[in-house]
Ligand binder design. Sequence first.
Ligand SMILES: O=C(O)CNC(=O)[C@H](CS)NC(=O)CCC(=O)C(=O)O
Length: 319
Amino acid sequence: MTKSLIAVAQVTSRPTPSETLPHILPLLAQVSARNASILFLPEAADYISPTPKAAASVHAHPLDKGKNPFLDSLRAGAKEHKLWINVGLHERSTDPSRCWNTSVVLDTEGKIRGVYRKVHLFDVDLQDRGGPKILESSTTVPGEVIVDPVQTPAGLVGLQICYDLRFPTPPTLLYPRPHILTYPSAFALSTGPVHWSLLLRARAVEQQCYVVASAQVGEHFSGRASWGQTLVASPWGEILGELPSTSPTNRVPEAELLFVEIDTSAVDKVRQEMPLEASRRRAESTYEEARKRRLGKVEEERSGVDTLEEREGEQVGSI
Ligand SMILES: O=C(O)CNC(=O)[C@H](CS)NC(=O)CCC(=O)C(=O)O
């Protein structure tokens, strides 16, 4: 069987896990009623807090069984409804005021099959574009590892999170090559309209795989909203399904589902028709040479501030 139905959720998470969970749990029965094999939930599905530093010490827990009420409920739900679940959530780190931004894969026994911690953190100042100034690194510890894709009933799933979407290199390093790249997200209103679907489709076209992006949507609390537009792209880059984005004129539900059929043989077919990976390997030595040259130049620029002035002095003197 190469075909399977997947369910992709769009959610408005609240400031605490106990406020959010009642919106998420009913989705599990809906997924199971449609016989979908796996449910994808967004980044920070457990909560989005106005005071993330304080919330980290209260609501972020280790992933271990019995230590994380939000994840424990999903583990029980996965088992009850015989589903796999991919979920983004806050994970307690060794620093009490900063958590990991983590993506977890659960199997039908509620057992953890994959854990990825967001590597690229959203440290930006978009105020001139009507957007936020956010320093995710002040509340989040960056992950250090690109993890291997996880085998699920829908195919091999490569784990990335939200802002990672802007970095094309990590997916090129995944092995075995995934059938699905997943980007659980909470995209900003200021970046979503132009960048979100463009980047998701670009990753699908480059990696020749499905891209599944479950998104946060709507207003989490006064002053913080997410873009939405939960989306699935095909290995050819087509949009196979999407849910509404946040807009002043359209009220989005607190939680809803998108169902899409995935066919792993469609991934194999595109990769046969256009064998990008084979070409990439042939180019590897060329990349390496360019990379070294670039690194050399960057280092020269960084250490060369004083010497540059000296050189300018020399030039002036010699003219
Ligand atoms: O932990 C939470 O509270 C929820 N997490 C988020 O909202 C994260 C980090 S602030 N958001 C993004 O990475 C947006 C990226 C984005 O919008 C872009 O790349 O344009």
